[in-house]
Design a protein around this ligand. Sequence first.
Ligand SMILES: NC(=O)c1ccc[n+]([C@@H]2O[C@H](COP(=O)([O-])OP(=O)(O)OC[C@H]3O[C@@H](n4cnc5c(N)ncnc54)[C@H](O)[C@@H]3O)[C@@H](O)[C@H]2O)c1
Length: 432
Amino acid sequence: MKICMVGTGYVGLVSGACFADLGNIVYCVDKDKKKIDKLNSGEIPIYEPGLDEIVKKNYQSNRLKFTQNLSNAVKVSDIIFICVGTPTSKKNKSADLSFVFNVAKEISKNINKFKIIVTKSTVPVTTGDKIEKIISKKRSKKLFEVVSNPEFLREGDAVRDFRFPDRIVVGCNNKKIIKKLEFLYEPLIKKGCIFFSTNRRGAEMIKYASNAFLATKISYINEIANFCEKTKVNIEDVSLGMGLDKRIGGRFLRAGPAYGGSCFPKDTKAITVTADSYKTNLSIIKAVIKSNSNRRMLLIKRIDKILSNKIKNKKITVLGVTFKPNTDDMRESTSLLMLPYLNKKGAKITYYDPSGEKNVFNKLKNVSFSHNIIHACLKADLVIIHTEWDEFKSIDFKKICKNKNLKVYDMRNLYSSDKMKKIGVNYYSIGR
Ligand SMILES: NC(=O)c1ccc[n+]([C@@H]2O[C@H](COP(=O)([O-])OP(=O)(O)OC[C@H]3O[C@@H](n4cnc5c(N)ncnc54)[C@H](O)[C@@H]3O)[C@@H](O)[C@H]2O)c1
């Protein structure tokens, strides 16, 4: 099949490359010239394990193309996926759908034969209806069908998630079109993936309800961790003990910093705003948003206590600044609040992240990037483990840090409190 991905970001690039790898001809379109130029010169603009190889292979075999020319890509394609961003609106915390609607308008001008138009972007329920309305202003409804196929991939595991998804959800009111999408995904379905179809609004709702549920699970265990700290119970044991119950499950049940990233914060807000407009109060999700927002500062302010309110001139090393490992995505990462907070209090900050230096911190005085863990930790008074990259899981703190009074604040519970005590490191973790 000939496919067009509009928006070549985390979702569009990964799914575009993977669709090409399944034998389709894929046009990845983006309005960002720099991004398209980079891709055409063999550079991958994002950090995503395994992606490089697939992009190169399919680009070389001419199945994967990168272009700014949306018009041509739409004309030659049978299926067009909308994969642009749906960030939080500056006005009211709803999803800003302007990128999606602009793309819909652009597509409508270029429909020359029957097209299946699929939203992969996360969009509020009824957005498909609105896209249909926009396109039908220019083209007869006989010439297109709007489908919802929400994306569930996780950054850092995106290629694997595309190839082995738990399920593929397709929402459309036309059964023939659902069959076409089923055919597109057939190679994955044959490997055992469940293809679940419903109507368009149903698919839109499934995506938001799933993300809000996962965010709830994280906030739930984070609050239980607060309680564990007061009662001297180990949250790790609680997570394990709870997770063994198949009705609960162990995933997304690990205490840590507030949830961040490009999806949960914006999607939890957007679903409550949409529900409010339908006079439905999603009070649980609203409580989750509040709990998560409180958590951000709760964990940051703990640093005052660890350093006995003497942060000025302290050498603080932050290991990992991305919101999670195996991605370079900084969106809604707790580090975006934590580093400026410590910087304002006069700390001298060094940070290291395997995905590289972050421009966003360049404007902060006394904040510098280090190219390796050893250099970053050498003179530290306090090491903060913020992101659980694998390379932070077996650090010999006594060997690499010169400071005898070194303190380690492990926001991801990567180490055993007992073992750290034994080797003489002042160790602070979460919920234990
Ligand atoms: N990132 C994730 O992990 C993830 C997972 C599941 C779903 N989603 C959803 O998928 C959507 C995309 O997310 P993302 O993280 O890939 O976003 P992104 O910001 O990485 O990429 C979006 C891309 O769209 C491009 N774009 C915007 N308007 C355009 C236009 N008119 N024409 C061509 N290109 C245009 C931008 O330049 C950008 O490169 C969002 O709705 C998001 O919620 C994201």
